[in-house]
Design a protein around this ligand. Structure first.
Ligand code: SAH
Ligand code: SF4
Length: 376
């Protein structure tokens, strides 16, 4: 069986040629998939019955099965656990933001002032409702960050481009039934997207296609642990996709203790690559900072971070650490987080404190771990 989402338009055209179908069929199928969001051959009523039967025989629209899904108690967050044919598990999360009914107070003066974060992960609700998908690029992760449940489980395998696309289409089809659409896609689920560079970019290209799903490049955000050659490559490709770098510490020793990848790519090297990215693309870069109580959340830590980032067109997304089984660190409380933000901003670096999402269902950043999270 071929995962239909693994095919780009030329490959689909080739397949149909092999099946002796006229060339225009490829576009019909492409539009059925990505414009009408069909998820089974029967829905393609503009195709002949024999072709639909051939599609059923050779193509799958669901390259994984839904093992479980969970909704957070506030219903804003849904986490779905998918099982791949080789039994590997991956997770993808839907986050709903800014629904008027949630908090009418935010629809007053505050919402007018809200700065929307490009990733759609901003702190305040209000303004337009957003549906942000957090998608996995690998089963597990090889980077071993100590505070992250995915890192704690180790690397299983890369996902194919079609397995990445299929997570998006799964939610897009579900939202369509509720007359809703996906507004942002963040590659912040399981895995390191730049470790699976080709497939992640191929997935973005497929979803970005103007004759298909037409999802704007600026509505994607890639988050990376800081793989320097890939940051430079990404800059050279001049993509309009948002880039976020997981920093969490600015001393090499402190960062190595949290993120083994820092042995390979030191902070200054990462920041040089970030400067290169900003120079090449004229795009603002985001730094992710998981606030760990007493570790990296003091005003001094904020000042040190600010001095490292000075001169770089950037923004810091700070999020209180989410709990994971394999890490002892504690989350920073609201007050300390606000102080951190204030110190950073006084030193000239804009900062957003991100809302913790879906903690009660282990759907927060760094909490995705497939089977392991089911047990906890
Ligand atoms: N591998 C990529 C993207 C997936 S992780 C990366 O590391 O950037 C998405 C984000 O969640 C990253 O910024 C990561 O550092 C952060 N994260 C991981 N574990 C976390 C935790 N326990 N609490 C808060 N954020 C965490
Ligand atoms: Fe991998 Fe990102 Fe988790 Fe680090 S934080 S282990 S890079 S998923």
């Amino acid at each position: 069986m071929i995962n239909i989402y693994d095919l780009d338009l030329p490959s689909l055209a080739n397949l149909l040629k092999e099946w002796n179908e006229p060339a225009y069929r490829a576009k019909q199928i492409w539009q059925g998939l990505y414009v009408h969001l069909y998820n089974s051959p029967e829905q393609f009523t503009n195709l002949s019955k024999p072709l639909r039967e051939k599609m059923t025989e050779h193509l799958t629209f669901m390259p994984f099965s839904v093992k479980t899904f969970q909704d957070s108690s506030d219903k804003h967050t849904r986490k779905t656990l998918f099982e791949l044919p080789d039994r590997n598990l991956i997770e993808a999360v839907l986050m709903r933001y800014g629904d008027p009914a949630d908090d009418p107070a935010h629809l007053t003066a505050k919402s007018a002032k809200e700065k929307t974060n490009p990733s759609g992960l901003s702190e305040l609700s209000g303004s337009k409702p957003r549906r942000t998908l957090c998608i996995s690029t690998q089963a597990g992760c090889a980077m071993g960050c100590v505070f992250c449940a995915t890192g704690q489980m180790g690397f299983k395998r890369h996902l194919s481009s079609g397995e990445i696309v299929a997570q998006v289409m799964y939610y897009a089809q579900m939202l369509k039934e509720q007359k809703e659409v996906v507004s942002n896609i963040v590659f912040m689920g399981m895995g390191e997207p730049f470790h699976n560079y080709e497939n992640t970019m191929a997935a973005i290209d497929r979803l970005n296609d103007s004759e298909g799903y037409n999802f704007g490049a600026r509505r994607f955000t890639i988050s990376t642990v800081g793989l320097v050659p890939q940051i430079r490559r990404f800059a050279d490709e001049q993509r309009q996709v948002n880039l976020a770098i997981s920093l969490h510490a600015v001393d090499d020793d402190a960062r190595v203790a949290m993120m083994p990848v820092n042995k390979r790519y030191k902070i200054d090297e990462v920041l040089e690559a970030c400067e290169y990215y900003v120079a090449k693309t004229s795009r603002r870069i985001t730094f992710e900072w998981a606030l760990i109580n007493g570790v990296n959340d003091t005003p001094e830590a904020a000042k040190k971070l600010a001095s490292k980032l000075r001169g770089l067109m950037c923004h810091v997304n700070a999020i209180p650490l989410n709990p994971t089984a394999g890490f002892d660190g504690q989350a920073t409380d609201r007050q300390r987080a606000a102080l951190f933000k204030e110190s950073l901003e006084q030193a000239g670096i804009p900062c957003t404190i991100r809302m913790r999402r879906g903690i009660d269902i282990n759907a927060g950043c760094g909490q995705l771990a497939g089977a392991a999270s089911e047990k906890s």
